[in-house]
Design a binder for this molecule. Sequence first.
Ligand code: C2E
Ligand code: MG
Ligand code: MG
Length: 713
Amino acid sequence: MLTLRDVTAQRASERQLRLLRRAVESSKDGIIIVDLRAPDQPIRYVNAGFERITGYRSDDVVGRNCRFLQAEDRLQPEIETVGRAIAERQDCEVVLRNYRKDGSLFWNRLMLSPVPDESGKVTHYIGVQTDITAQKVMEAEHQYLATHDPLTRLLRFAGSEARIEALLAQARERKRRMVVISVDLDGFHSVNDTMGFAVGDAALRLVADRLRAASGPECEVMRYAGEEFVIAIGDVDPAADLTQLATRYCECIAEPMPISQLATLYLTASVGVSAFPDSGQTVLDLTRQADTATKRAKRNGRNGVYVFSNELSDALSDRLALGGRLREALARDEFLLYYQPQVDAQNGNVVGLEALVRWSSPEFGLLLPNRFIPVAEDNGMILHLGAWVLRTACRQLRAWIDSGLSGFQVSVNVSAAQMQRPNFVADVGRILSETAIDPGMLQLELTESVLMDNAERSAIQMRQLNKLGVRIALDDFGVGYSSLSYLRRFPIHKLKIDQSFIANITRDGKGAALVRAMISIGHHLGMRVVAEGVETAAQSSYLLRNHCDELQGFHFSEALPASKIPELLRHRYQTRDEKVHLEPRRTLLLLDDDENILRSLIRLFRRENYQVLSASNATRAFELLATHSVQVVMSDQRMPGISGTEFLSQVKALYPETMRIVLSGYTDLASVTDAINRGAIYKFLTKPWDDDALCDQVQEAFRQFEQNADAKP
Ligand code: C2E
Ligand code: MG
Ligand code: MG
């Protein structure tokens, strides 16, 4: 009985043991048993879980101390904790960086417990290890994402102030500069809109890579928002050229971007720069300044660099001072519309009135739009202000119609943000019907940047406006960043040539050639062409002669309050300079800095019954050319400031049909040959001259001119 009982108990405990063994063997966690009795505490047992986690086989590790699991990475405070626990025969739980047989890292959460023998003496330790690598990676990713942008893997700007602060502190200490660069991709909406978000994302990733590659070690490249990036550069040489420093960011974006095997993107960026201690002392100042400079770079036609300067500091203080006041100003009715006439070049009638907004502020006085429109565009108030302008202009137009005025259009300027609103067209339609205005009497002026900002959406909106009957003018034509194919794609009725081209039109041959080309482009596409900023009779006359359709500028009138308009509409302007003689009288222009020579030439040619105009400097000569119909121009070669051939080259650009003659006492063969080869001069004659021979030559020039004119269709 007794024996039998003993055997039963033994069997039972053997079963128990087998179960224990199976349990340990099949545990997913790694289990290690270490022997404390032997020197260096060798491993006596590891289970299959250990083999799977570490890649070591039991044979590899039994008999060795555990420390090989940390490889070279022994400076972990947790290792000491383990040592202490074992010395005190205590439990412990730690997280260790361990390394697999193949050298890769895994995070090991280790629970150690002492194993006593029958007498209660601790002879072994059992360790249970859990591989928590996946969890650690996720934690790290979370931490990373808290500070980084997942798309571009760049630091997020928000929350990175401390890093920029550190660069700034360092610059302060080392007496170096810290530069903040703000990079804003131009017209990026169109990429998302036309090619989809996947392409947009790929492009942003490429941009981030390029910005990183263009940045040195003392740089933080950050994503600000959407398509805006900020780069903080520490340790910059006080003598460094900031424009040059920033240009590389423009250039790296402008490189073609292969997005897929089929598509290559061409992007550009507007880049603004600010620097400590040049303009800003704090991170906030510097980022605001860089942002303001970027906006200026955009306004300057994009794809360029603008360094924050004192001039911009006015713009920035406007943004801060005026920005907050715009909303109240609208509520308090502080805005006014002035109207500037657009004149038909042929008959001088006023055919259009451009509504131009003014802000009559009790605090700041009368402000022009160039100061507050950019501010309103930045802070979104432009939507409210723009709606107010449109409504006010239409109501005013209704009042004029009711008082019996007709035969003109009213133009209203529209900002990009307005065009981006999906219900813009509906709003325009509603205002027109509220005021019962024939849509054909309203014209909207859009700049090229409005079209560029979101080409697809703009095109749709413009077609809808067109359906409504509203006319569209392309404002400030020629200064923006645009492709001519836009003129074909968008329903545009009018081109308004930017005033910068008109300013020098009677003096600068190349500028004038551009204006003639723009007029011709407009006409070939069936548009009317308007010149803005016409300030002199000579400009007006020149534009008329070159077939510009409408003229606008101070020469006719500045923008006036609405009350002055009825009187103005009754007025007919003179568009032709009275001094211009259009009758086909033979007119000769003489240019020579030597007054004596000039006098004797005048005497000689008066006898021939030509109208003789004379000038002793090029500026005067250009004025005469603008205000007279001149067929033959004769110029001295050697004059202060400009040579005869240079002068005549410019005359050729401005008035290609003229016959141009050099009369010189001095022969510089190279420049003369060059001028002849470029077709700038017709004849080269020498001083002293023979009166009869000279008269013959000039008469021949007139005959040649008339022949050319007859040959023209
Ligand atoms: P813009 O549409 O190109 O308007 C023409 C600007 O040139 C006007 O300035 C006008 O006064 C000025 N100007 C006209 N003739 C001459 C001239 O012979 N010589 C010179 N030097 N300047 C001339 P203003 O009124 O200061 O407007 C400036 C700009 O502000 C406008 O340029 C337009 O882009 C914007 N703007 C004006 N009103 C509004 C508006 O209601 N909404 C929006 N979005 N923008 C507006
Ligand atoms: Mg305009
Ligand atoms: Mg304009």
